[in-house]
Design a protein around this ligand. Structure first.
Ligand SMILES: C[S@@+](CC[C@H](N)C(=O)[O-])C[C@H]1O[C@@H](n2cnc3c(N)ncnc32)[C@H](O)[C@@H]1O
Length: 334
């Protein structure tokens, strides 16, 4: 009894902490109740929508240069890669979490190197989408040659409108392999991905993001290089914080954000990108002495919470708590 009395003062402290936690959560809950977090919201993140290159620009670019890309890169058009490309693709199977019989979307599929490998190795069913009709034709032929017409379906279309192309909640996984950064309106892409993902489904993005420098002088150099890359490749290199903000605001749960984690000696040292620049003149670097490498490559993996007690509870405590608050459910259901 004496011991209990000695700790009586902890009771108000714990109560205060719990009350303040709920006060913090409440405004977000109210906002969502009012529908403030919706697919059609105007962007709220500074620096958004300054994209210069439209989907048509990207389409024309790939229609013009796909032949040259394939000549230099082969059938996997990713700059940040391993010398033995199967090592990158095996790594991506693990990192994305591809499992047999899953229904997946390859958003920005190129000429199909990754999709064909993934289908052969894991037995996933793939819908593949590219903005370029030249790529779609080449990929269709490659799929036929590989005898995979039963497991890969190729289409031409714009990933800003996934929800016009595919039925709602149709995919277990959607992945973007060095394709997301072409988006002129990333929030729209993420919203449409949300709509066509099944609850519990996974979104995976591997891409280049603007490097953040330790000084203003360096940052200016970086930003000027970024402008050049964007112009050369019709890219709209993303700001990592903006994308993180957007996925979380839409309701995705971030599972991991990491650098591409492959042994150093397996990496291709970007000579392929240089070869492409030499061959085409696209993105050629004029002054190596002044050059600062302006981007970092990250993998961002998120999932869409289940948010439905009939389908089963979510695997993370805080998602369940939020769902219960937003939908006025009974905490005993947690
Ligand atoms: C650098 S390539 C990567 C190709 C492929 N992911 C790979 O790993 O080989 C970029 C791809 O994104 C696609 N893409 C860019 N913007 C797109 C859009 N708005 N809708 C659909 N695909 C798009 C391009 O058509 C191209 O196939």
């Amino acid at each position: 009894m004496k011991k209990v009395l000695r700790f009586w003062w902890t009771v108000p402290v714990v109560v205060t902490l719990v009350v303040s936690l709920f006060r913090r959560l409440l405004p977000a809950v109210k906002r969502q109740e009012k529908g403030a977090i919706s697919a059609n919201d105007e962007p709220e993140y500074a620096g958004e929508n300054n994209a210069l290159y439209t989907s048509d620009d990207v389409k024309n670019f790939y229609n013009q240069y796909t032949g040259k890309f394939v000549q230099v890169y082969g059938k996997v058009i990713q700059a940040f890669r391993t010398t033995d490309i199967t090592k990158l693709l095996d790594y991506q199977i693990e990192s994305i979490g591809l499992k047999p019989a899953q229904t997946v979307l390859d958003a920005g599929c190129g000429v199909g190197g990754p999709a064909i490998y993934f289908a052969q190795k894991t037995g996933v069913q793939i819908s593949a989408l590219t903005i370029s009709d030249v790529q779609a034709v080449q990929m269709q032929e490659a799929v036929k040659q590989a005898g995979l017409t039963h497991s890969i379906r190729v289409q031409t279309g714009d990933y800003h409108h996934l929800d016009r192309i595919y039925p709602p909640e149709s995919f277990d996984t959607i992945f973007f392999l060095e394709s997301f950064g072409h988006a002129h309106h990333p929030r729209q892409v993420l919203n449409s991905a949300w709509n066509v993902l099944k609850p519990g489904g996974t979104l995976y993005i591997k891409d280049l993001f603007r490097k953040i420098a330790p000084s203003d002088v360096l940052q200016k150099k970086i930003d000027s290089e970024i402008t050049k890359i964007n112009a050369a490749y019709r890219y709209n290199i993303s700001d990592l914080y903006q994308i993180l903000h957007q996925v979380r605001q839409i309701g995705f749960v971030v599972m991991h954000l990491k650098t591409v984690d492959i042994p150093l000696h397996d990496f291709e040292n970007l000579t392929i990108s240089n070869d492409f620049q030499e061959l085409t003149g696209v993105g050629k670097i004029d002054n190596w002495a002044e050059y600062v490498f302006p981007v970092e490559f990250f993998e961002l993996k998120c999932y869409k919470p289940l948010h439905s007690l009939d389908r089963g509870l979510d695997r993370y405590f805080l998602q369940n708590l939020f769902h219960i608050q937003v939908n006025n459910r009974n905490p005993h259901e947690l």
